[in-house]
Design a protein around this ligand. Structure first.
Ligand code: PRX
Length: 569
């Protein structure tokens, strides 16, 4: 920001911000953004934030979210952005893990045409942790909020009255920039730590190279929420480092109508568009006549991220949204990698629908077998990265050992991504999905064990097993098998709804199981391990696979019957 303003680009639009209600859309120039960020940095200092302190950000998709992130970066106070859809519990556990002392939130945000509250979740989180000293509250919806004068501070007052002068501080390249929590194989989310220098190099280089960005003429739109890594690298840090003009949209794709995104593309003449396969599949279902009502001839490049894109969705995206002109870049990366690792390069790679193709220049990725040996073309194995890269995670916040164990212990000198992949006969990479206990639902990472723990924390539940089953719309869907405690009887007529709501309360609505099956037993091996493979067979209505390692194979019959009964319900 400071560089761009100094270079004379202060009047350039950094964001065309579009609120869900629409009438309050506004453009924010680089100079305005700089002023607001300086004000917010000064306000944070007033609230006691110093270099090295952690600040949690729990905001809807409003400009203040970007301002808050950059204000933290400016002070060298690592931010941790928590997705606004996460629960009070999830917020509190992240605050506890990284010991954040300030939370920046809003009264609420707009979703599906109505204000939805956020501040109450922060109030609830404060009952679970006493670390939060100050809560800075943006007034977005005008909803009534509970107020604690000792803790709560209105953004309007504190930021609005602060000086726009703030000298940018300089930090070592390895100074922590942010912590982003993501699901791992075990119950507690991992705090992925990204540092300043390398991360910015990775985000800026890939945003420029893979999206073929021409900052002077492009209008770029990444639809990700700021609460995920894609929102960090490709809505905030990459585009702003490259002096891009971006669109930022607050709401959902179908409010007030199903053509909202295409209307925005038409209005702002968006030329580069980056979204997730799950959204593309949803639009496909809604029908071609909706995008056909809009002039989207400005689009020249399309991107996909978050999960494997099925060839039908890829072709629909390219033809119906991109008019057959715009190449599609299917970008593979992770919260941990910080920036795109495997992707076609537009105008260079002859892409194949469904393949992320090759590692980008500078990245050394491979597919290896159990022994860590590179597999020949035409074979499958595990996806690894074999050389360091600029935006690699530094560690897991407060847990170096888990960092080593998770990513670096399987094969010497290789980063294990947790994904299965195959190389086709041309050596191009097809990512097949996670090989660990992590699910991918609508491009969001969810841990099976985390949802199991949430279920088991319900007083009526004795045991739970969760699997990700293939789902046409969301890629995978959460399916849970639950054994009730004896004292709970049959759990009552609303037990399934009760448990689904409980998971939403513990983690967030995105983690709600699609299906919960009440079963009498779970299939276990002789060593007591739950055989998820078999549960996945049931959830996907497949013939049940090999049961020879089960202690008691009649269990599967009972489960299949239980599942059928639950499905009828
Ligand atoms: O399984 C891969 C899948 O998403 C995982 C990373 O999730 P997360 O850290 O939440 O980051 C999402 C946004 C980068 C990966 O391990 N994934 C991501 N992109 C793709 C993908 N799978 C296939 N193709 C992709 N393009």
């Amino acid at each position: 920001m400071d560089r761009h303003v100094e270079a004379g680009a202060g009047d350039k639009v950094a964001f065309h911000w579009v609120g869900e209600p629409g009438e309050d859309a506004r453009d924010i120039t680089y100079a305005q953004l700089q002023d607001e960020v300086c004000q917010a940095a000064n306000a944070l200092v007033e609230l006691g934030v110093q270099t090295g302190d952690r600040v949690a950000i729990y905001l809807p998709m409003i400009p203040e979210a970007v301002v808050a992130m950059l204000a933290c970066a400016r002070l060298g106070a690592p931010h941790t952005v928590v997705f606004g859809g996460f629960s009070a519990d999830a917020l509190a556990s992240r605050v506890e893990d990284c010991q954040a002392k300030v939370v920046i939130t809003a009264d609420g945000g707009y979703r599906r045409g109505a204000p939805s509250a956020l501040k109450p979740a922060v109030d609830e989180a404060r009952t679970k942790t006493d670390l939060i000293e100050k809560v800075l509250v943006v007034r977005r919806t005008g909803q009534d909020v509970a107020w604690d004068d000792n803790v709560d501070v209105w953004w309007d007052g504190a930021v609005g009255s602060a000086s726009t002068e703030h000298a940018c501080e300089f930090f070592d390249a390895e100074h922590p920039l942010y912590v982003m929590y993501t699901s791992g194989s075990t119950g507690t989310p991992k705090g992925i730590l990204h540092t300043t220098g390398g991360y910015l190099v990775g985000a800026a280089y890939t945003h420029w190279g893979i999206f073929d960005l021409k900052p002077e003429s492009d209008v770029y739109w990444c639809t990700a929420d700021i609460g995920w890594v894609t929102g960090h690298s490709y809505m905030v840090y990459g585009p702003l480092a490259n002096q891009a003009t971006s669109v930022m949209y607050e709401g959902v794709p179908d409010s007030p109508h199903k053509g909202r995104w295409w209307e925005i593309i038409e209005k702002y003449k968006v030329s580069i568009f980056y979204t997730a396969p799950t959204a593309i599949r949803t639009f496909m279902k809604w029908g071609d006549d909706i995008p056909a009502q809009h002039d989207m001839s400005s689009l020249r490049l399309l991107g996909s991220v978050g999960e494997p894109i099925n060839p039908e969705a890829y072709i629909w995206y390219r033809e119906t949204i991109g008019g057959g002109r715009a190449p599609v870049v299917d970008t593979w990366w992770q919260t941990e990698t910080g920036s795109i690792m495997i992707s076609p390069l537009p105008g260079v790679t002859a892409a194949k629908p469904g393949s992320a193709m090759r590692a980008i220049p500078g990245i050394v990725a491979d597919v290896v077998n159990d022994e860590g040996e590179s597999v020949p073309d035409g074979s499958g194995g595990y996806l690894v990265i074999k050389e360091p890269w600029p935006s690699m995670l530094s560690t897991l916040w407060g847990d170096d050992q888990r960092f080593k164990d998770t990513y670096w212990s399987r094969w010497k000198g290789m980063y294990f991504a947790g994904d299965g992949a195959k190389k086709d006969i041309d050596g191009d990479v097809w990512v097949l999905g996670r090989v660990d206990d992590v699910m991918n639902v609508s491009g969001h990472r969810l841990s099976t064990t985390e949802i199991e723990s949430a279920l088991v924390s319900h007083p009526k539940v004795a045991e739970a097993a969760v699997v990700g089953a293939t789902d046409e719309m969301t890629g995978q869907a959460v399916c849970a098998y639950v054994i009730l405690r004896e004292a709970a009887g049959d759990g009552g007529a609303d037990i399934v709804t009760e448990l689904r709501n409980h998971v939403a309360h513990e983690i967030g609505a995105i983690a709600k199981p699609r299906q919960i099956m009440i079963v009498p037993e779970l299939p276990k091996t002789r060593s007591g391990k739950i055989m998820r493979r078999l549960l996945r067979d049931v959830a996907e209505n497949r013939e049940i696979g090999d049961v020879t390692t089960l202690t008691d194979d009649s269990v599967m019959k009972l489960i299949a019957q239980g599942a059928a009964a639950s499905a009828e319900d």
